[in-house]
Ligand binder design. Structure first.
Ligand code: ADP
Ligand code: MG
Length: 238
């Protein structure tokens, strides 16, 4: 069986700065896979390249058996790959509901969209209560929920989340992490990028450790959590 997402020898540069230096990894259908690594490791660059927002210098990206590394970003979304970007990037002047509906831009099935909107509201009750309010007035955690909700509105086969826990209180972070587990149980495949290695590895089936543009370690989430080097470098233990 081929993986849902396959990244092969990916190299991405910003001018002369090589940010991703030939990484290969895959995501199987139904899995939660995480890329962990410190600031500057190349995690965001990798997700933006998979989404079609950046073009690789070298390498290949395959999604459901088709090569997508030259496909425009909007078409990548249409094919079933959604991206909740780092720093949320919601539209502050638009209402919660309009922000969410933007996530469904490529869909025409009105009934399905209405159903998914309810599903997002069930998951994040606070968004339902504030559906008519401009999103710019929200706290960081609420904006993060909105960004995840918006990505879900495309009804993705693969959901990519870039640092969903960034800037959140421990309580909010737990809420986001349990939402990821819930989505997984509904059959959504997830590629999770996190600096918070503890949280990400705790729920991931499989993980890759990224250091300055290269994958230095890969294993099941459980194994990486107990790996001595990972504990020292990423979990603040000595
Ligand atoms: N727009 C950009 N222009 C130039 N360099 C960039 C840009 N974005 C990121 N970089 C550099 O690329 C490397 C990887 O960054 P990034 O992918 O954002 O890492 P991470 O998400 O793991 O923190 C870093 O050295 C960063 O400084
Ligand atoms: Mg990043």
């Amino acid at each position: 069986m081929t993986a849902m997402l396959e990244v092969k020898n990916l190299k991405v540069a910003y001018g002369r700065v090589r940010a991703v230096k030939g990484i290969s990894f895959s995501v199987e259908q139904g899995q939660v896979v995480t890329l962990v690594g410190t600031n500057g490791a190349g995690k965001t660059t990798t997700l933006r390249t998979i989404s079609g927002l950046l073009r690789p210098e070298e390498g290949e990206i395959w999604f459901e058996g088709e090569r997508i590394d030259a496909v425009p970003a909007h078409e990548v979304t249409t094919r079933g790959l959604a991206h909740s970007p780092e720093g949320r990037r919601i539209f502050p002047r638009l209402t919660v509901e309009d922000n969410l509906r933007l996530g469904a831009f490529a869909r025409k099935d009105k009934a399905g969209i209405a159903q998914d909107l309810e599903r997002v509201f069930d998951l994040f009750e606070i968004l339902r209560a504030r559906r008519a309010q401009p999103a710019g007035t929200f706290s960081g955690g609420e904006q993060q929920m909105l960004a995840i909700g918006r990505a879900m509105m495309s009804r993705p086969k693969l959901l990519m989340l870039d640092e969903p826990s960034m800037g959140l209180s421990p309580l909010m972070m737990q809420r986001i992490m349990s939402t990821i587990t819930e989505l997984k149980s509904e059959g959504v495949t997830i590629l999770l990028v996190e600096q918070n290695a503890q949280a990400a590895l705790s729920l991931a089936d499989y993980g890759y450790v990224l250091e300055v543009g290269s994958i230095v370690l890969e294993d099941t989430g459980a194994k990486l959590l107990t790996d001595d080097n990972v504990r020292k470098a990423y979990l603040g233990e000595d």
